[in-house]
Design a protein around this ligand. Sequence first.
Ligand SMILES: O=C(O)CCC(=O)C(=O)O
Ligand SMILES: [Fe+2]
Length: 435
Amino acid sequence: MSFNVTTTEFKLSRLKELFPIADQEYLLDILIDCDGSLENAILLLDPTHDICGITNNEKTKRRHNQMSLTEYITNVTHFKDYDNKRLKLTDVYGSGSIFTATKNPIFLYTKQDIESTIKYCSYHTNVLPLELANRLLTNLMDDKDAKPNEFYLFGKDKKCISNHRTKVYVKDEEHLDKLDYSIGQEISKEKYSEYNFNEDLSLAQSLIEKIVRKAAQEMGMLKYQLAPNEWSPKAIVLNIYEKKEDHLDWHSDRLTYIGPHCTIASLTLGFSREFRIRKIYNGFYGKEDTPTQIYITKPVHNSLFIMHSGFQEEYKHCVNKIPEKTFRKMAKDELHPISGIKRVNLTYRHIRYDSDQVPTCPTCNKFSMILRRSFKKRETRGMYIWQCSSGYKSGNECNGILYARFDSEKLWTKDISKCSTWRADGDDIDVGYLT
Ligand SMILES: O=C(O)CCC(=O)C(=O)O
Ligand SMILES: [Fe+2]
């Protein structure tokens, strides 16, 4: 019997050959997620796979050194039921603490693995018409106006320069001011390209807006979240990672202008780099100061990773360098056909607050404040606070803080009892632990 290579049956049998431990239904789901594209399904299941079907020894060896979530689960003896994963995996891994973090990062290869393991996110492939995605990549990857960011980390003497290039696109002039520190690093004004959404950027934005609103609706609302239908990004941050050393350190995005329970959509174009995620704190079973489990995703060209409400509050993310060893062993066909090892990223943010709603520090009377959510100590975890930005802007520490409140016009208070607070579902177990 000869197979017609376009049938679902053929595609499924090819997937089964390549991923024998996965069950048929699971593979069918992946194929449907990829609109029937066998190539994309293979890439989604294993981004290191050689599409021509020749998996060279090096790749096989490398894969054995890394653990996919599927393999990890198979090793967890009391976790045999692989159905209904969203609920179960969230129960098991969602709090980031029931199991001690494994020494090795865990790879999340598929939409299903990602969404069932990491709370408050969703992953979508083939989000733009391919021609549009390719054109955006071609036009953005060599943008000379994108520049490294400058910021202070540990005091005045340590001015840092980020390892990748950035630029901000804003829709209207009124949004020119609103992105300071949104990624924890200063974006200087010269890099704010004037409300320069060209046709391609506008079209991409409206398609992404639709996907995000629908996905946010499906996630369910959190306490301080903006209604999904009001989500309309007025600012896009362009990140270009062009050299293997380029990276973005662990961070949660600043909430100052985008507000609590914000939604940020991150579009990947070009080469598929590691986007790592880890919980910012250990829950009930974890010691507060022990590291949390690191998860590795590899968003593919033309995919959207949506950091939904709660993601910035609960997780940190980073974009990793390409390690020297990996780079040296990289086969030609692993490079992106348009951009080689360059990855372009566009993050879409809805700007919620105006500069005049952001308080000035009452201690130094000079610098504006940054909105953050406390997480380190169990006693204060969940409280939103305003913190003086002096450290980031000038390198001089200032300890000024105010409590944040989102139930009144004025977004701050000195009264701790009015402080807006949110703890994640399942995190309240810690409160019981304290009392
Ligand atoms: O490049 C990425 O995927 C992440 C970018 C990011 O985290 C940011 O701009 O805050
Ligand atoms: Fe970020």
